[in-house]
Design a protein around this ligand. Structure first.
Ligand code: PHE
Length: 461
């Protein structure tokens, strides 16, 4: 692959039309329940600021290079996450494309539980509008949440509402669906989040929560904590499974891939911090435990807003913003199999969407029922929900990340990296690309491997 012009491609494809559109779609994928639900709950469970610190190192040294790598693969090959490997390595004896197939599988794995949590969020947005959470104390909010996720029909119905919503957007297409929706919704999300922050930070006792986010206690860091931070970095930045490869294939030839990736990583981390600043001050102000985990969002936030003037308005805003974030992320996850099925297997976009979303709903119901009738069904000590979550973030994405780095660093190599990531020499970023090449060839794959083996208890570091 020393040819630097990139493969000439088959059919004309849709793509993102402007720099802003590229940013909205990619950031729309990165920003999601990861920021608003996973980041705060993992931070709470893993000891606060020290975890945040390790997380940021993982983002900068590993997540960001993997994102640039995926963009390079996608834009160079101009196709979905499986065909792109075949395009760039046509030799069938070197089956790099299997990494693409595993990526498509990982998209399903994530969606199985993501659509469940997104369903809770949609339901809470609806409940907030209709006043169902008015006046909830911490205890009452906890009881409402417990009884909701412990029921069967409601969570399943909302999971399907979520699936139908994202299917409609995906069927509308890359430009008219993904780009247009994210460009409209992302600014609204930012404004709503800032308003919620101002409210949380002016609560009495809010500083305690701020300290928790910024004042590290490094004795809390273990192998498991580092793996959790790495897994979160992958999950957060939507990397390791082909979302950014797929979106990369929609990025125009004039855009700077490294710049786009840096912007997404910075903005995404900023949103996580804003979400933390909306949630932890409230946790401490109400004397709750930061280790509460997944329920944090659904109990603290309603309790925080319940007791104040216009609380219901704020509460609605918060869950609407969470629903927006979740939706942008989910459309990028659904696009991965849809792009694959339409391009590689020539399905229509409508069929590919309905079949993929249908499968996500059917298997995803196992995750949804994990908090009710299947709560005692454990596999390797985990409920279906926890299993899907663990296998995707802590296994599939890091493994995918290693393969992506090796593919770009060793198979494509310096010349292609420089051609694609400098727009054929137009951008003057060669010094940066030398460092980048070193990271993806050596540093990132080795670091991911060590963290993975250590976190899984296979080696002791
Ligand atoms: N980044 C998304 C979030 O934080 C989740 C996601 C993971 C989206 C992988 C696409 C691919 O919620």
């Amino acid at each position: 692959m020393s040819d630097t012009n990139g493969p000439k491609h088959h059919k004309p494809r849709e793509g993102f039309t402007t720099t802003l559109g590229v940013l909205a779609a990619t950031l729309g994928s990165a920003v999601g329940l990861g920021n608003i639900w996973k980041f705060p709950s993992l931070t709470g469970q893993n000891g606060g600021a020290a975890f945040v610190f390790v997380y940021m190192i993982c983002v900068a040294l590993i997540g960001l290079p993997v994102m640039i790598s995926e963009f390079i693969i996608g834009r160079r090959a101009q196709c979905n996450n499986v065909s792109c490997f075949k395009e760039l390595e046509p030799d069938p004896k070197k089956p790099w494309y299997l990494a693409g197939i595993i990526g498509v599988a990982a998209a399903f794995l994530i969606m199985f539980f993501y659509t469940d949590v997104a369903g809770w969020v949609y339901q809470y947005a609806f409940r907030a509008v209709t006043g169902g959470l008015a006046g909830a104390t911490v205890d009452k909010a906890g009881a409402i949440f417990g009884s909701y996720i412990g029921s069967v029909a409601g969570p399943l119905i909302w999971q399907w509402i979520v699936l139908v919503t994202i299917s409609v957007i995906i069927i509308a297409g890359v430009t008219k669906g993904i780009e247009r929706i994210t460009k409209t919704l992302l600014p609204i999300l930012f404004v709503l989040l800032l308003i919620c922050d101002v409210r949380a930070l002016t609560l009495p006792g809010a500083m305690e929560g701020v300290k928790y986010l910024f004042n590290p206690d490094f004795t809390k860091i273990t192998g498991g904590v580092v793996l959790a931070a790495l897994g979160l970095a992958f999950f957060k930045l939507s990397v390791g499974m082909g979302t950014m490869t797929t979106y990369g294939s929609y990025i125009g030839k004039k855009e700077s891939l490294p710049k786009t990736a840096v912007r997404v990583a910075l903005a995404d981390t900023f949103v996580s911090m804003l979400a933390g600043l909306a949630i932890f001050p409230a946790v401490f102000a109400f004397g709750m435990k930061p280790e509460a985990g997944p329920s944090l969002l659904f109990v603290t936030i309603p309790a925080m807003f319940a007791s104040m003037p216009f609380g219901q308005v704020f509460l609605t805003m918060f869950f609407v913003l969470a629903a927006i974030a979740a939706t942008g992320a989910m459309i990028s996850l659904l696009e991965v199999p849809v792009a694959y099925l339409t391009e590689e297997h020539h399905w229509s976009r409508v069929t590919a969407t309905i079949v993929s979303a249908g499968a996500m709903g059917v298997v995803g119901s196992l995750a949804t029922l994990s908090t009710s009738v299947l709560s005692k069904t454990l596999i390797a000590g985990k409920t279906f929900f926890d299993l899907f979550d663990f296998l995707s973030s802590n296994v599939a994405l890091p493994v995918g990340g290693i393969v992506i780095c090796l593919f770009v660093g060793w198979k494509l190599g310096q010349k292609v990296i420089e051609a694609e990531a400098s727009n054929e020499g137009e951008l003057k970023n060669l010094a940066f690309l030398k460092v980048f090449t070193f990271i993806v060839k050596y540093l990132a794959p080795i670091a991911i491997l060590i963290v993975l083996l250590n976190g899984l208890g296979i080696i002791k570091a």
